[in-house]
Design a protein. Structure first.
Length: 94
């Protein structure tokens, strides 16, 4: 799953996972996972200040999590970045 993200310089940017976390076996929403995000440049290097940033569950959202990309990020205009979001629940990563 991929989605486009616009980052506004000199502002904190609130990021939400693009699709709800669900158990693949049952389709049930996962509302109690540990979710992190890491911003990577086109070479795959992690961005300073955006490595393993915690996302918190959005109350009553059925599997949605959100967290901030801080305004202190030093990003290059025109560069492509990938935001990797990882959720873990009882030893299973998505």
């Amino acid at each position: 799953m991929s989605a486009n993200l616009t980052y506004y310089q000199n502002n904190d940017n609130l990021v939400r996972n693009p699709t709800p976390l669900r158990l693949s076996s049952t389709g049930a929403y996962i509302n109690d996972a540990t979710v992190t995000m890491t911003l990577k440049d086109s070479a795959g290097a992690s961005g300073s200040g955006a490595t393993d940033v915690s996302l918190t569950y959005v109350t009553d959202s059925n599997g949605l999590y959100q967290g901030p990309l801080p305004y202190t990020l030093s990003l290059t205009v025109g560069e492509s970045y990938t935001l990797e979001i990882t959720g873990t629940k009882t030893g299973v990563a998505r």
